[in-house]
Design a protein around this ligand. Sequence first.
Ligand code: NAD
Length: 456
Amino acid sequence: METELNHMREYYEGGYTKEASWREAQLKGLRSFIIEKQEDIMNALLQDLGKHQVEAFRDEIGTLMKTLNLALKNLKKWMSAKKAELPKIALLTSAEIVPEPFGLVLIISSWNFPFGLSLEPVIGAVAAGNTVVLKPSELSPACSSVLASGLATYLDHKAIKVIQGGPQETQQLLHQRWDKIFFTGSAHVGRIVMSAAVNHLTPVTLELGGKCPAVVDSLSSSWDIEVAVKRIAVGKFGTCAGQACIAIDYVIVEKEYCSKLVELLKVWIKKMFGENPKHTKTISRIVNKHHFFRLKNLLADAKVNESVVYGGSMDEQDLFIEPTILVDPPLEASIMTEEIFGPLLPIITVGKIEDSIKFLRSRPKPLALYVFTKSQTLQRRILSETSSGSLTFNDAILQYAADTLPFGGVGESGFGMYHGKFSFDTFSHHKAIVRRSFLTDFWYRYPPWTLNKLQL
Ligand code: NAD
């Protein structure tokens, strides 16, 4: 591995990857890979996650095409030096900020959006002129194998490599010297990554997860309620069956409003996923037995189990878990202390919706916070009194698709950001350049220090 990485470093030192033409060729190569291998990508997503083609297109293929087109359109602009203002006293001096690549970067990704979470950062890294090693997740092997063969065929294999494997191979990679590490996964492994990065003072971006809440205010118009419920249902069950870092983890609602919300959720779950969701193939499957039993165990506690008001059926053979709603499970139960990452939706009731603020503040800062309300006062209070990676009013997941918004966490949900131009910046060092003339010079800037120099 070390020899291979040394070759990649030498290639980087040769300067090829810094050329705009090289970067453009890689982005075009990625675009051809996605277009020409679309069927293989969809089949692999079906095989690993039971992901429906529409979801596969919405969350991976379509989003990646959009990102690639944006990067290709803006590449030269992103690469160009940006002029910087200087104080007037700096006569005959100019300044600019020049983005330069870090060098050899490591991207470690997760299994739930295997193409999106691998290639979004790869796009940023190659647009910024880096050489890249991608380590996709071992838990989505069909997708990892399509990525490995696709990238080897469509991209410059001297500069971009896929190394497959699990924790052991990742640990080996982490022992090497990198110029940047971009990690998507759990906070637990995020800590391992950060500890390894210490050795070479390698900058890291950690895209982690956690519990993303949705606060639902009592909406009076029946249209508003229905739209909110549909967006909640798709933001949980229709996003890789809740196996998404920004999927709604749980809902907070006023006690009085809870039964209305539950009734409507039941109606829309049936409309979206059918009376028997196991047979409709619209909802993704749980990634493997380990995660299936992890989710099953979240319901095992008797008090949690008696809080189930809808769903709860499971099929181990098919790795299927029915969309499930729980009302007021104990707050100290694992389902309310651990990230759920599956189709179980606890609803927590509060006396007044404003009480949700105290609740949110008592828990780790989430990657995403969703608030369904028409009250400007509540919107203002949530914005100023809570902290989260992103905050979306009256919808869910949408922020992921916006190239103009930074995507990333805060606190336990990680740090650093990407998407659109932010990805390019994440994989660039922004070098400060000053160009000075010899023509003007000031005597008072040089020692010996005398007090009259202070008065000038
Ligand atoms: P994970 O942390 O178990 O694995 C992530 C990567 O780390 C994988 O490539 C895996 O091979 C590697 N890995 C696993 N254990 C390791 C170890 N002991 N040492 C070194 N490397 C190791 O996470 P996951 O199961 O792939 O994903 C689920 C988590 O990721 C959830 O917390 C979720 O919220 C988060 N996530 C975050 C985002 C985001 O964009 N912020 C996206 C998807 C998932």
